[in-house]
Design a protein around this ligand. Structure first.
Ligand code: BG6
Length: 451
């Protein structure tokens, strides 16, 4: 990656948690690695008055960052302040703010003099539904053109997620079988062991469908099922993701809530917000017609793991599969905490003619690249925004399309069923899930740098 020079990043809402936990450490690491070079400045803007020193202490800025990190109180005069610090070739404004104020803030910074050539970065959630996402897009686009609006989905910056396209399009082995002729089902599971913790107010107004499915899971599904892009340019990849999202439809879904959720901090005592969701989708296109797509995500489930599984069709009921009991092949992409790819396939047990078990061919990102430097998600995303590369960001069309898929889902109003905290509920849709925990990470370890 090339060193970036003569650039400015302004963080609005810089006294908040995200800035201290993710953004400042990411910037500091980039400076230390020499990826951010001369002529760069970072400015934090927040509502509580602070001196530069107080701000640096507040966000725990590392010593490499201190000389180029300044603080500005509020928005008024922010552009002038930035101009007094240098002559920057590009300016990025990161909205570390609640989404409800994005539109207002875009208007405010534009009025302050940040022109349409400024790149703005916004976090999810992007809208609450299709209508609000459209309205937000329109309001942001009034001040900044679409190509300068960078919508974060931090899953796209995970190494194992980026590997999906490489696996599909840099190997000849898999493309011929990547279709309904060979694939029995696609399964995406993102389960978390933690409950809502301190994010009750936000989560209770959202639920796991908006929090995880609309963005992270739909993005992974789009990468897994899209057609080959004509080039690796951001626009071509994003167009293909949009195209496949256009063909998706939720055919069944079940929503759950963990016992005790209503008693958690900042949760309404009669809340029907779902903390677990399981869905079956279809992709109505030539490649995937008839293939069920299963998705599930939830909190307080006793197991943290994100996996994508492709289960292939069984072999015919002859030879080794006379009784139909032979397990079908599957490929599992372990996204986190294990990160690697496993191919489950049949082998003969030595000494026996008939006994066949499933063995695993595995690729482990952490072992293969044990000593390679790995960027965490925010480092990667900030570098890409500085370089003007939106490939790992989500376009307006993609986000609107993902909302459309969920908006048309059946049963949205139904009361959630209850499940016990710390346990995986029995599949409410009776889905035969791949046992993702069957892989013990013989080699696939978690990389500490991944977030
Ligand atoms: C966030 C959600 O986008 O992703 C959180 O708002 C969730 O609720 C988190 O816990 C999961 O991210 P990761 O990287 O830990 O899987």
């Amino acid at each position: 990656m090339e060193t970036v020079r003569n650039s400015a990043i302004v963080i609005i809402g810089a006294q908040g948690d995200l800035s201290r936990r993710k953004l400042v450490p990411a910037l500091c690491a980039l400076v230390t690695q020499g990826l951010i070079g001369e002529g760069c400045m970072f400015v934090g803007s927040g509502l509580d008055p602070m001196t530069d020193e107080e701000f640096r202490l507040h966000v725990n800025a590392g010593e490499d960052l201190v000389p180029i990190l300044r603080f500005h109180h509020g928005i008024k005069g922010l552009k002038k302040f930035l101009d007094s610090l240098g002559n920057f070739e590009r300016t990025i404004v990161f909205f570390s703010l609640p989404p409800s104020v994005y539109a207002e803030m875009a208007a405010a910074i534009s009025a302050e003099g940040f022109g349409p050539d400024t790149r703005i970065i916004v976090e999810k959630p992007f809208g609450y539904d299709l209508e609000s996402a459209r309205e937000l897009n329109t309001n942001l686009q009034k001040h900044f053109p679409e190509h300068n609006i960078y919508r974060i989905d931090h899953y796209l910056a995970k190494e194992a997620v980026q590997n999906l396209l490489v696996f599909r399009f840099a190997n000849t082995l898999f493309d011929p079988i990547w279709n309904s002729g060979h694939v029995e089902s696609i399964q995406i599971s993102a389960t978390e062991s933690l409950g809502v913790e301190s994010r009750g107010t936000y989560f209770d107004g959202a639920g796991v469908t908006r929090d995880m499915v609309q963005n992270h899971l739909m993005q992974m599904l789009a990468l897994l099922t899209m057609e080959a892009p004509v080039s690796l340019d951001a626009e071509d990849i994003r167009n293909q993701k949009t195209n496949v999202l256009k063909t998706m439809e939720v055919v069944r879904q079940a929503r759950g809530q963990y016992e005790g959720y209503r008693q958690e901090k900042d949760i309404s005592p009669d809340s029907d917000t779902e903390t677990f969701v399981e869905m079956e989708l279809r992709i109505r296109n030539f490649r995937w017609a008839g293939v069920p797509i299963y998705i599930r995500s939830g909190k307080a489930l006793g197991r943290k793991g994100t996996e994508i599984g492709i289960r292939f069709r069984s072999t015919p009921r002859i030879l080794y599969n006379n009784d139909g009991g032979l397990k079908a092949n599957s490929i599992v992409f372990y996204i986190q905490p294990l990160n690697g790819i496993v191919i489950n396939h049949a082998v003969k047990v030595p000494g026996s003619d008939k006994e066949i078990i499933h063995s695993q061919l595995d690729f482990s990102l952490s072992d293969e690249f044990a000593n390679a430097p790995m960027m965490d998600a925010y480092q990667r995303l900030l570098m890409d925004a500085l370089a003007g590369d939106p490939t790992l960001y989500v376009s307006a069309k993609e986000t609107e399309q993902a909302w459309t898929v969920l908006e048309n889902a059946p049963d949205v109003g139904k009361k959630p069923f209850l499940y016990r905290k710390g346990e995986m509920p029995h599949s409410p849709l009776d889905i035969d899930w791949i046992d993702f925990s069957a892989y013990k990470g013989r080699r696939c370890g978690a990389r500490p740098a991944e977030s």
